[in-house]
Design a protein around this ligand. Structure first.
Ligand code: MG
Ligand code: ZN
Length: 348
């Protein structure tokens, strides 16, 4: 689970703004990771997510590529190839940098339509987020990726025809739900699906993954955007919204007993601090920048394998710790490669 731009100050502001404890306060294993990229001490979300997805430091703006622009097999793609169920649930468009880095390979994060092509071909079992127009009303070609996905057995639905909670996904089919044509609304303008989608996502993928299990990425995408806009109140609201999603996932993990939950951020943004004059219930977050910062960011872990996430380590170590948890780093038979489609898209 990734709170984009959710550093320690965003967490502090949310904790002191909430009358009740946050779900994040329930974690017992906490670490810090170094978020820098190969090109810059201050990472962007593309390099940040590629570090989690592929275990490599890459340049700012790279989607699922090494710093030499070679495609890297992401842990989501590896999970897919190994027969696990996989999913991406976000509050940005689904082709935005964070989710894209797990299921696409592109030289620049702004290649949204090519990212959509990669995602449509990725075989991912569950997609929930905005960005419908990059799939079915494209500028670069006339393809309808949603029709293509439907033809390959996806159930495709969107907010035009009703809310997410009106749809009952069939665990025998992959499922895509678009929450917006481009970017979903901020939480203070009525966006409210993340907690529900997180619960739906865990339960759906649990059924779909059968005895093999699942790998799910959930992103509170817009904490970062509130930080960029230096809107402290909104950053708190977005953090609390993400925390409700964390609460749903923790509840699932407790019921299930064998799920590793990892919550972190790709980086801090805004350089937020709680200023003098702040009070419990009335904090005054202030910002030092409109951009990202280089502060270490917290990692929270729960469940079997959680202990490995204590300490201070590179953001790329999240990838290797997750693979270790799955037991894949000792699997001698693994000769997994990017499928041809993905590489072809990149070369086009
Ligand atoms: Mg993001
Ligand atoms: Zn940002």
């Amino acid at each position: 689970m990734i709170g984009d731009g959710m550093g320690l100050s965003q967490l502090s502001a949310a904790i002191y703004s909430s009358p009740t404890p946050l779900a994040l306060e329930e974690f017992k294993v906490i670490g810090f990771q170094k978020s820098y990229s190969s090109s810059d001490l201050i990472t962007d979300s593309a390099a940040g997510a590629t570090a989690f997805a592929c275990g490599v430091k890459t340049y700012n703006g790279a989607i699922g590529l090494t710093q030499d622009t070679l495609p890297c097999l992401s842990i989501l793609e590896e999970a897919e190839q190994r027969g696990l169920a996989t999913g991406l649930v976000v509050t940005s468009s689904i082709v935005h940098a964070t989710p894209a880095s797990f299921a696409a390979h592109q030289k620049m994060r702004i290649f949204y339509e090519r990212i959509a092509e990669d995602m449509a071909a990725s075989g991912v079992d569950l997609l929930i987020g905005g960005g419908k127009r990059y799939f079915d009303r494209r500028n670069e070609d006339d393809r309808d990726l949603l029709a293509e996905m439907q033809a390959r057995g996806y159930l495709v639905r969107d907010y035009f025809n009703g809310d997410l909670d009106q749809v009952k996904p069939d665990p025998n089919l992959n499922f895509v739900f678009f929450t917006a044509d481009n970017q979903p609304l901020p939480v203070n303008q009525g966006r409210s699906y993340l907690a529900y989608a997180s619960r739906l996502g865990t339960e759906f993928l649990d059924l779909r993954g059968k005895d093999k299990g699942f790998f799910l990425v959930i992103e509170g995408s817009q904490i970062d955007w509130a930080n960029h806009a230096n809107e402290g109140k909104l950053a708190i609201q977005e953090t609390l919204d993400f925390d409700r999603s964390v609460g749903e996932v923790l509840a699932f993990a407790r019921r299930r007993g064998n799920t590793l939950v990892i919550v972190t951020a790709d980086h801090e943004s805004g350089g937020m601090a709680l200023e003098q004059g702040s009070k419990q219930g009335r904090v005054k977050p202030e910002f030092t920048t409109n951009g990202h910062t280089g502060s270490l960011v917290p990692v929270y872990a729960y469940g079997p394998g959680a202990d490995a996430f204590a300490g201070i380590y590179e953001n790329t170590a999240i990838y290797s710790k997750m693979r270790h948890f799955f037991g894949w780093d000792t699997d001698q038979n693994s000769a997994l490669q990017l499928n041809k489609t993905t590489t072809q898209t990149l070369n086009n």
